[in-house]
Write a protein that binds this ligand. Structure first.
Ligand code: C2E
Ligand code: CA
Ligand code: CA
Length: 751
């Protein structure tokens, strides 16, 4: 019996020592407190081992007294521990009182072998164990009073706390009350049976502290965490479904139960079948009911790779998808007409080709409004917008009769992808359009079309679009055609354009550009009163290149600015030279592109040139087309005003081509109006058009400006010009643009 008890005590002692050592390495407060408790357990056990192993009564007696000392401190420790546990801070004074009383009690027991103040020890044999028995003295009472009162305070505090706290936490206090109460029961055995006391109190104290730790620290936290997790799971917008290792449903949150019928998610296999997903983990996108979900299926595995459970999380991406869809719609839609824009058209065409077939094959048409800029300038952008919308509706009508895709792909351009058999119908039907913009105003719009047959569906649609566009720009140039099919020569021209770009800088350096002068004849004197300087390019390999070919190109890439300054200088120098030689004393007109106006200070540049060359500014006439700078009207007016202030003469070029605007006459400062050849050639002077032309001519004269008619090719044109009061003429009838020497001869002849 004795050996057994000693073995048990030794084991408990070792456990307590090891635990103490381990726990003091830990950083958590709770672990260190437990360590303290175990230290006392260890000492208690050591004490008892000594008590049992020795034969000397004096030592036995002393060890028995020490038991009380340890008991006191253990209870006090337990008390403090519980105080921390219920989060009650004790006043410092109370603490000092408590420790003092305990210390006094301890002193009584420590000195007891000398004075027997608390107990009178006698040898006592229990079973085969030699121990001691006590006869209690009055001072002994301090000891149970301390222990019991501390325990009672603890119990009361815990019960109060228990009453106040929420149900979830109540459990932990009840458990602690039970434990503390059981300690008291332990003390009740204290007096008669020392062995039992010792064993009980050792086990009890150890057990109590461990139990309190588990109950207070772990269980409520875990419960709470579970409850909180469940709460979070139920309140997030994503649905979650959890299965165990055998695929049986463990839990589904509110969102999930809204989303699925109960029997669909009974097992993970059923759910996978319903969703049509494979067994493997992954993220899949799927539409369920009215929503779109990113579904993440994941298996939770242990270290050995065995499946512990399976989770399904349904991230609701309906809103995100809708937003993306909205943004995409905006990105592919032309905000003015609501039709596709270029991006949308190409995208929809791809889709269309994927789903449609046509025996005649497909063609892509790009349709452009002739001189849309001029139309805007003449009638205003609001009317321009109405034209664009009206034309869109016309395409929409075709879309009802043919299976096709269309969109507005650039400012005045539309693109159509249609079966080839529809091309003729669409292009001829969309050529001359009268757009009603007001009750009494119809705007007449001409359209041109370029198209290409899709010979290889594998090619990107961009390829066809670019080529149809090419055909369109060619078609626009031929005044006679309204639609043109793409041909390989166009491509060659594109390559040629690209080649010209590579050559232009060198051409300017090598002086491949020069000017020709086209005489302007004064109808009164029949003498040369002026000349227009027109640039020419003589390329060493390509020969003469037409300005119609390179001017638009240089306007696109900005090189026109450099070229024009060169031409202006040449023109100024020619004025100077011919006048110095006494051959010609008139003016020379130069052309100004809108790119010049927007990118440089034209007035300053010309001023510098005339000063450098030494001619009066009035000898340079500046030609500007009426549609230039439609969107930057103020810049244009500023430039023209400052040119005029400096003494240059302003000519409005190409007036009457496209959409003439009386606005131009009202808002721009000018000295000469150049009526376009088309304006006089196509309209006879009889009837309505005659009235219009003569009225405009009168108006120009009333504004103190001179009328110059260009493109005069026949005797008849000259007669007409005289009839409506034109002052000056320019055109092939009198002369083509001439090299400078020929021009000099021409002037001499006319004198
Ligand atoms: P534009 O300013 O309208 O020049 C008149 C054009 O009409 C010239 O073509 C001229 O050769 C042509 N022309 C003259 N009389 C007749 C005629 O009786 N019948 C016909 N059918 N045409 C006639 P060109 O030289 O090919 O110039 C084309 C355009 O290139 C010019 O049109 C002008 O806008 C531009 N351009 C020419 N030189 C320059 C320049 O130095 N700078 C800038 N920015 N543009 C220029
Ligand atoms: Ca001109
Ligand atoms: Ca002109």
């Amino acid at each position: 019996m004795r050996a057994t008890i000693m073995a048990v005590e030794a084991v408990l002692f070792l456990v307590s020592v090891i635990y103490t050592m381990l726990s003091f390495g830990k950083t958590e407060k709770i672990a260190r407190r437990l360590g303290g408790a175990f230290l006392f357990c260890a000492l208690l056990q050591l004490d008892y081992i000594i008590l049992l192993s020795t034969e000397a009564f004096a030592i036995k007696e002393y060890m028995a007294c020490l038991q009380y000392v340890f008991m006191d401190w253990t209870v006090l420790l337990l008390f403090f521990y519980c105080m921390g546990y219920v989060k009650i801070s004790l006043k410092k004074s109370y603490m000092i009182i408590a420790i003092s009383i305990v210390t006094v009690d301890c002193l009584i027991f420590l000195t007891n072998p000398l004075n027997n103040l608390a107990v009178q020890m006698k040898p006592y044999e229990y079973s085969d164990i030699q121990t001691v028995a006590e006869k209690v003295r009055p001072l002994f009472l301090i000891h149970p009073i301390i222990c019991y009162s501390l325990n009672i305070i603890m119990i009361i505090t815990l019960i109060m706390k228990c009453a106040k706290t929420q149900r979830l936490y109540r459990g932990k206090y009840i458990v602690v009350v039970a434990i503390v109460f059981s300690t008291m029961i332990g003390f009740l055995f204290d007096v008669p049976e020392l062995v039992r006391t010792v064993i009980l109190s050792c086990f009890m104290t150890t057990f109590e502290l461990v139990a309190i730790y588990v109950v207070s620290y772990n269980i409520p936290k875990k419960n709470l965490a579970n409850r909180l997790h469940a709460y979070v799971a139920d309140n997030i917008s994503d649905a979650t479904i959890l299965y165990d290792n055998e695929g049986q449903l463990i839990n589904l949150n509110h969102r999930a139960s809204d989303l699925f019928e109960k029997d669909i998610c009974e097992t993970s296999d059923k759910l996978l079948t319903y969703l049509g997903f494979p067994e493997s983990d992954g993220v899949y996108k799927k539409k369920i009911r009215d929503g779109i979900y990113n579904i993440s299926c994941n298996s939770l595995r242990d270290e050995n790779g065995n499946v512990l459970g399976k989770t399904f999380i349904f991230y609701d991406i309906t809103e995100v998808e809708a937003q993306i869809e909205r943004e995409h719609t905006i990105a592919i839609t032309d905000s003015l007409t609501g039709a596709y824009n270029r991006l949308g058209f190409l995208e929809a065409s791809n889709e269309f080709l994927y789903h449609n077939e046509s025996e005649s094959g497909f063609a892509m048409i790009v349709s452009g409004i002739q001189n849309f800029k001029g139309l805007n300038a003449a009638y205003g952008t609001r009317a321009g917008d109405m034209v664009l919308k009206y034309i869109e509706r016309r395409f929409y009508d075709y879309h009802l009769s043919y299976s096709m895709v269309y969109g507005r792909t650039a400012e005045g351009k539309y693109a159509v992808l249609a079966p080839f058999e529809a091309v003729e119908d669409i292009t001829s039907g969309m050529t001359c359009i009268d757009v009603p913009v007001d009750e009494d105003l119809n705007i007449h719009v001409d359209m041109c079309h370029g198209y290409i047959v899709l010979d290889d569906i594998g090619k990107p649609l961009d390829y066809y679009y670019e080529r149809a566009l090419l055909a369109l720009s060619d078609c626009k140039r031929t005044l006679s055609l309204t639609s043109l099919e793409y041909s390989y020569e166009m491509e060659e021209r594109v390559q040629k354009r690209q080649f010209l770009v590579t050559q232009m800088h060198e051409a300017l350096r090598e002086k491949q550009f020069f000017i020709e002068l086209q005489p302007q004849i004064n109808l009164d004197t029949r003498e040369v009163s002026g000349a227009e300087a027109l640039v020419r390019w003589k390329h060493p390999k390509l020969g003469r290149i037409s300005p119609a070919e390179f001017i638009p190109l240089f306007e696109e890439n900005g090189f026109i600015v450099d070229l024009d300054v060169y031409v202006w200088e040449k023109a100024a120098m020619t004025v100077k030279e011919l006048s110095d030689k006494g051959i010609y004393d008139g003016s020379i007109s130069i052309n100004i592109s809108q790119i010049d106006i927007m990118n440089t200070d034209v007035a300053a540049a010309l001023d510098r040139i005339v000063k450098k060359v030494g001619i009066p500014p009035s000898k340079l006439h500046v030609e500007i087309t009426e549609s230039a700078c439609v969107d930057r009207r103020e810049t244009l007016i500023k430039t023209l005003n400052s040119l005029r202030e400096k003494g240059f003469i302003i000519e409005i070029d190409d007036f009457g081509s496209g959409y003439s605007s009386l606005n131009v006459l009202m808002s721009l400062p000018f000295d000469v109006v150049k009526l376009d050849m088309g304006f006089t050639r196509d309209n006879s002077l009889e009837g309505r058009s005659g009235i219009v032309i003569t009225t405009i001519a009168k108006m120009i004269h009333d504004l103190d400006a001179i009328i110059l008619v260009e493109g005069v090719e026949t005797e008849k044109h000259v007669e007409n010009t005289v009839a409506f009061g034109g002052d000056i003429v320019q055109g092939y009838y009198f002369s083509r643009p001439l090299q400078i020497e020929q021009f000099c001869e021409f002037v001499q002849k006319k004198k």
